[in-house]
Design a protein around this ligand. Structure first.
Ligand SMILES: [Fe+2]
Length: 401
């Protein structure tokens, strides 16, 4: 048995954000509560949204309280602000942090007043409060300004418990946004490093989902298409930021990544990366870039054919390697080359993480972050520790077979 959960309405294309007002009305909204990333507001990206709302006669309240790696406190504070505003619809505007915050506020806003989002955390197990019913939650429009997390298509949000240094998830099937407006023009001014980091996050979603033990063939062509889009367009999106077709292709790839992980889940790369964020505040996409090649190399013997197909989609070669193993290893090499080409760090030292943090991160990844449970090759805590150790030093050149 397999469950597929596809996103709500998705509108994609240059300028599509101008339809935000009429779309809000179609969802029954009269007053939008905009959960915005302050950097995005400073970059002028709020203006097309508020102008669209004004044209349609939709009132709005803007809250710029989104923090990187969103936490319990910011979500609880914004939930109270949503209630006080009198709004009847939520718009998330920004990168993954803004969209996850908006989704979490939506969930908490559908529950009783004064209940913290932490009460809904999956990792509380039987103690977790069930998500409020769909009808109780306000409608949600997601307007991503990066092409990476795929949060516009997933039914959960990832939050941080600061004191415990835990990443935790909240969610429910109906927390997939009702509408996603994917406007590549909003990503034209995205800094190169952020384009790179978010793009690699999208790639990791596609790859981890493709080799996951929960995989199912229905999504295979979509995932391979997403990987191919990234192979063809991420370099240009990073190195020539005004390449609009490349920007749109990356938004499509990120969307496909969100659909893929909703059905197939992730793998150990995300368990490893999440600790780098909660222990050392490393950006999620940068953390992914640091760990993905190591997790792929570790997992490769358990899924040779799947990795070979990834390599073929990401960087097709005129003369593929003669052996299946060689074709699978090409996937790892192609990912390493892509990460290096787009200028992301390739070892932990480059982000100031030393060996001292590794034992605690490995323990936390194993105990608190269950993404590794669907890794194609079974992992132990010692395996996770070894993958961090391998990421410590700058990689040596790899010779392809
Ligand atoms: Fe991710």
């Amino acid at each position: 048995m397999h469950t597929y959960l596809f996103p709500g309405r998705v509108r994609i294309g240059p300028g599509v954000v101008a339809t935000a007002g009429e779309q809000a009305i179609a969802l029954g909204g009269r007053h939008a509560f905009i959960v915005a990333d302050p950097g995005i507001v400073a970059a002028g990206l709020l203006d097309p949204v508020t102008q669209a709302l004004q044209r349609a006669g939709v009132a709005f309240t803007v809250d710029q309280g989104v923090v990187p790696n969103p936490d319990t406190e910011s979500v609880d504070r914004m939930t109270a602000a949503y209630r006080a505003s009198g709004a009847d619809l939520i718009i998330g505007l920004g990168g993954g942090s803004a969209l996850d915050t908006a989704k979490a506020v939506r969930l908490a806003a559908g529950g009783p007043d004064g209940v913290s989002i932490w009460d809904y955390a999956y990792l509380r197990g039987d103690d977790a409060r069930p998500a409020p019913p769909r009808a109780a939650c306000p409608p949600l429009i997601a307007i991503p300004t990066t092409a990476g997390t795929g949060a516009e298509a997933t039914p959960w949000a990832v939050l941080t418990h600061r004191q415990r240094r835990h990443k935790y998830g909240v969610g429910a099937d109906h927390l997939i946004p009702d509408l996603a407006l994917l406007d590549p023009e909003l990503t034209l001014g995205l800094p190169a490093w952020l384009t790179a980091a978010t793009g690699i996050d999208a790639l990791s979603h596609l790859i981890e989902a493709y080799v996951s033990t929960r995989r199912h063939p229905l999504l295979d062509p979509l995932i391979r298409h997403g990987v191919a889009l990234i192979g063809r367009h991420l370099r240009s999106a990073v190195l020539r930021g005004d390449d609009l077709p490349a920007r749109q292709a990356m938004m499509e790839a990120a969307l496909l990544g969100g659909i893929a992980i909703t059905a197939n889940w992730l793998g150990a790369c995300h368990s490893l990366a999440h600790q780098l964020s909660s222990f050392a505040d490393v950006h999620h996409g940068v953390a992914i870039a640091l760990m993905l090649p190591h997790q792929m190399a570790f997992s490769l013997p358990a899924a040779l054919e799947r990795y070979a197909e990834i390599g073929e989609a990401l960087a097709p070669r005129r003369r593929p390697a003669a052996t299946l193993r060689g074709r699978a290893e090409h996937a790892v090499t192609a990912v390493r080359e892509l990460i290096a080409d787009i200028g992301l760090p390739t070892h932990l030292g480059a982000v100031g993480v030393g060996a001292d943090l590794i034992p605690a991160m490995a323990a936390s990844a194993y105990e608190n972050d269950l993404n590794w449970t669907t890794n194609p090759r079974r992992v132990t805590q010692a395996d996770l520790l070894r993958m961090y150790e391998q990421a410590l030093d700058a990689p040596k050149a790899v010779k392809e077979t």
